[in-house]
Structures are given as structure tokens and as C-alpha cells.
Design a protein around this ligand. Sequence first.
Ligand code: NAD
Length: 421
Amino acid sequence: MSTTTQAAHESMYEAVLARLNAAAQIINLPESVTEVLRHPQKEVKVSLPIVMDNGKIQVFDGYRVVHSTHLGPSKGGIRYAMDVNEDEVRALAAWMTFKCAVADLPYGGAKGGIKCNPRQMSEGELERLSRAYAKAMKDVFGVNKDIPAPDMGTSGREMAWILDEFNKVTGEDSPGVITGKPVGLGGSLGREAATGRGVMVNALQAMAKLNIHPKSATAVVQGFGNVGSHAARLLAEQGIKIIAISDASGGYYDEKGIDIQDALNYTAKNNKSLEGYSKATKITNEELLTLKCDVLVPAALQNVISEDIAQKVNCKIIIEGANGPTYPEADPILNSKGIIVVPDILANSGGVTVSYFEWVQNKMGYYWSEEEVNQKHDEKMKTAFEKVWQNAQKYKISMRIAAYITALEKIQLGIKMKGHF
Ligand code: NAD
């Protein structure tokens, strides 16, 4: 293994830079632009002391990285997970820069996170932690500055607490400072399912390119949280047979197809977990990733498709619902097997696209129907897919590098026009 490969294994940010460099080389991006994009604009780390339910103080690490504001205010989710660290947040922030540019949104990229295990915390502890984070980030966030949203381990509930605390400490009343809010607090209809919806639209677009008909297609979905569960449901609604699903408790397989609504009903009553789901055969997450199917949707964690898994993957299309599910070293293997990989920065951009619609609606104070949101979303997603597909054909490269090229062509103009040299 080369040193670069090892570094990519160790650092998610190195993995971003590897892809940035590859795309930059193909389009002869000026070195000054690449250099600007290699360095996040702002990194904030805070310590958050919280009174736990047992009366003891626990101190949590909180992060926010603003990678770029060249195309507009920075946008990106907040993650609550035990493996949150500087490198991961930096990588996720950079991905947001590229994702917003691919989806043609007037935003730069950012990401935040708190190192914690939300599943082992009470609602009260989570509220105190979310409020402490919002207070610590009061000078970072802003409706025209930096706009957070949910990510792994967070949802509308946390966004509502953060919004409330932000408004309290700043004296503002700007619902658009955060997206992914509950609908009653200015959230957008369609936002909760938007990332899964984007996965579905991208899957249909890719299937059409390969002449695969949804009614005769099979799919496997890893992860049954926000992205995975909505993606599985929406793919099933298109007539695609979902032969396996999974979550942290393991994989669940049925070659005849899993009834996704039934699985959703089960998790709703089982603390959001598939643990104990008995209407399918239990398999491991590794077995799940290598099942024969048309469409594989990794929608749980980063770094799940290693070189080894890539050798064994047995699908025609991968739609990256999660951020960073594929190691850079796995890319050439998947490419040589002729698998179309719709990369994360395109495949899961449905969430930020509807977040943008939420922000627009908040600014107007006028709200759209779910149908209108979905229609606008689907249009934007299809345009983005087609642009990336065309670049892949033009440069004879993978969709991943084509997506970076699509993004860089846009960001480059922003950097040049703003004169950031
Ligand atoms: P979530 O917390 O709602 O769900 C995560 C799911 O992954 C859960 O079902 C969990 O049980 C499962 N999981 C955890 N460990 C696993 C393992 N080892 N094997 C299999 N499954 C496992 O998170 P989410 O919001 O659905 O995010 C999932 C991914 O999608 C993340 O990479 C996130 O950054 C990305 N993403 C999310 C959004 C969004 O709008 N929520 C938008 C873009 C990208």
C-alpha cells in the first residue's frame, strides 16, 4: 500500500483532497484555486460542559468547520456521533461545498458535529447539549452566513432547540438560520424525506441509462435511518424489489422482497431499530453489501466499501446515500467492474436541495405544498444528474470525478469573481 493510500485510509479529509486533485488535474484548474479549496476558511472547536441527569458534569467536544463561502453562505448539517472529530468534520464540510455546487445551490459548504452518543442520552441531556452548542456557535451561524441542518444522529427536534437558543442569545427571529426544522416552526414539507427522495431520483436516472426497468429491478439498502428508510420506501414505491435492508443491528434479507412499510411500522415501535425483525433472514452488513442486485444503496456510514468489499460487490449501480461510503482505493475496482457509482455529492444532495427551498420559503414567509417542493426537487436533481453524466461522457471518467469537475467549474468562477487571490 502506498503512503498516499495509507493516508487516505487514515484521513477522510485526505480522501476529499485525493478526489479534488484528480478532478482539478483533468480540467487544468489553476493551482491557486485548488490551493484555496484545500484549506477550510474557518474551524471552530468548543468544549461544552453539560449537567447530566445524574447531577455530574460531562464535557463534550463540539465542532463547526466552514469550508467555503465562495458561492454564498455556508450550508451543512450537524452530526451527533461518537466518532466525530476534526478530520471528519473538515471532510464533510468540504463535501458540502462540492455538493451545493453540483446541485447548483447558492451556498458554500460547512459541517458541524458533537462527539456524543445520542442513543445513550436522555431527551433532557440532548436538549441541554444542543442549546449549549447553539450558544457556543452564535457568532458562526447566521441566516446569511452559515446555515446548519440535521445529519446523522440529529433531526428536526434538535434543529428546533438550536433555533430557539440561537434566537434567544442573538435576539433575532430568523427561522432560516437553520433548516430541517419541524414543519410547525417554519420547516418545509418534503424536507424529512428529501435525501431519500434524491437517492430514488438518482437511482431511476442511472437505471434509465442502463435500460433497467424499475419493475424488474432489485435493490439493497444499507442503513434504515433518515436516508435509508425513506430511500427504501420510495424505491419500493417505484416497483423496485428491496431484497435487503440493514441498520446497526445487522442486515435483513428476503429474496422475494421486504415489505418496507411493515419494516417501518416495526422500527416505529422498536426505538427506531430493526433489532429482532423476524420477517427476513438475518445477515451481516458485509454480506448485505455483496448481495447480487441491480442497485446498492449504502446509506448508513462512511468507509464501508473497502477494496476487499469492492472486489465482491455484485451490483450494476451504487447510489451513495451516505457521505463517503467508498474508500478512494475502491473506486478503480468498481470502475473496472463497470459499476456506475452515483457519488455522494450528487446522490444525497436532495436533502440540501430541499433545505435550500426551506430557506427560500422562510425568507419569503410563504410556503409551498409538498407536491410543489417534490416537483422542484426532482427537476433540480435530474438536471444535476444529467450535467454530471455529460461530464463523465465528455472526459471519459467516473461519475465521481465528473461530479467534482461539475462542482469545480462553478466554484472556480465564484473564487475568481470574488477575487480571492
Ligand atoms: P441516521 O442517524 O438517521 O441513520 C443512520 C442509520 O445507519 C441507522 O439506521 C443506523 O442504525 C445505521 N447504522 C449505524 N451503524 C451501522 C452499521 N455499522 N451498519 C449498518 N447500518 C448502520 O442518519 P442519516 O441522516 O440517515 O444519515 C446517514 C448517512 O447519510 C450519513 O452518512 C449522513 O452524513 C448522510 N446524509 C444524511 C442526510 C440527511 O438529510 N439526513 C443528507 C445527506 C447525507
